[in-house]
Design a binder for this molecule. Structure first.
Ligand code: PGA
Ligand code: MG
Length: 218
């Protein structure tokens, strides 16, 4: 059976918050709302687009407006596909993907970002060739922290021994519910202290990841 590493995307492999921030503020301006700070935007990321838009509306005093919410979700998804130019790969992440592949690991992706913008930003950054399986926030009827998307990624890879790598509380809960070890990247968009998040290992430097995966799966 294949050994595999499944990655979260936003805040884990890529710092995409600047693009998400720009898209959100385009939307806010279009609808006459005040812009968000980068910190506001980062705090809304991690649970997918519907949740992101709910956070935007709550912050602007319109939490119960279902029609506006549906409209903003559709417009945001429209903006999302080309929101790639401000996004950067975290230092050492691309090298870690190569090292893991060279060590024989299959690689998969399980993100709450919708699958079309996820594939678009992966291609823009030259990372798409690493991932035979990409599960996005709209791939199934449920999204993380439900374990089903992560389990679908694992099944798609045909893997048994798997580590999930992510940056957020949502990712830690997803891995726990899927019964998989979790490696926490500490430089992403988590909302609280590392100590409050269940994890097998935490790392701040991608150079450490291949060794961590080997140890966790030993
Ligand atoms: O779209 C989001 O809210 C977050 O995406 P992620 O699951 O890749 O962190
Ligand atoms: Mg993330």
């Amino acid at each position: 059976m294949t050994r595999a590493v499944v990655f979260d995307l936003d805040g884990t492999l890529i710092d995409s918050a600047p693009d998400i921030h720009a898209a959100a503020n385009t939307l806010m301006a279009r609808h006459g709302f005040a812009p968000f700070t980068p910190e506001d935007t980062r705090s809304f990321i991690g649970s997918g687009v519907p949740h992101f838009i709910s956070c935007c509306l709550r912050a602007r005093g319109r939490p119960g407006d279902a029609a506006l919410r549906a409209q903003l979700i559709a417009e945001f998804i429209d903006l999302y596909e080309t929101a790639v130019t401000l996004t950067r790969v975290y230092p050492g992440a691309a090298e870690a993907l190569h090292a893991l592949e060279n060590a024989g690991f299959a690689l998969g992706l399980c993100t709450n970002k919708p699958v079309t913008p996820a594939r678009s930003v992966l291609a823009h950054l030259g990372l798409d060739g690493h991932f035979p399986v990409v599960i996005g926030g709209d791939s199934l009827t449920v999204r993380k922290p439900d374990p089903a998307p992560l389990q679908a990624a694992v099944a798609g890879l045909g893997a048994r021994d798997v580590v999930y790598v992510g940056d957020s509380e949502v990712d830690a809960e997803t891995a726990a519910r899927a019964g998989l070890p979790f490696a926490l990247y500490t430089q992403g968009y988590r909302k609280g202290p590392v100590a409050d998040m269940p994890h097998a290992r935490a790392f701040a430097d991608f150079a450490d990841l291949p060794g961590i995966v080997a140890t966790v799966l030993a």
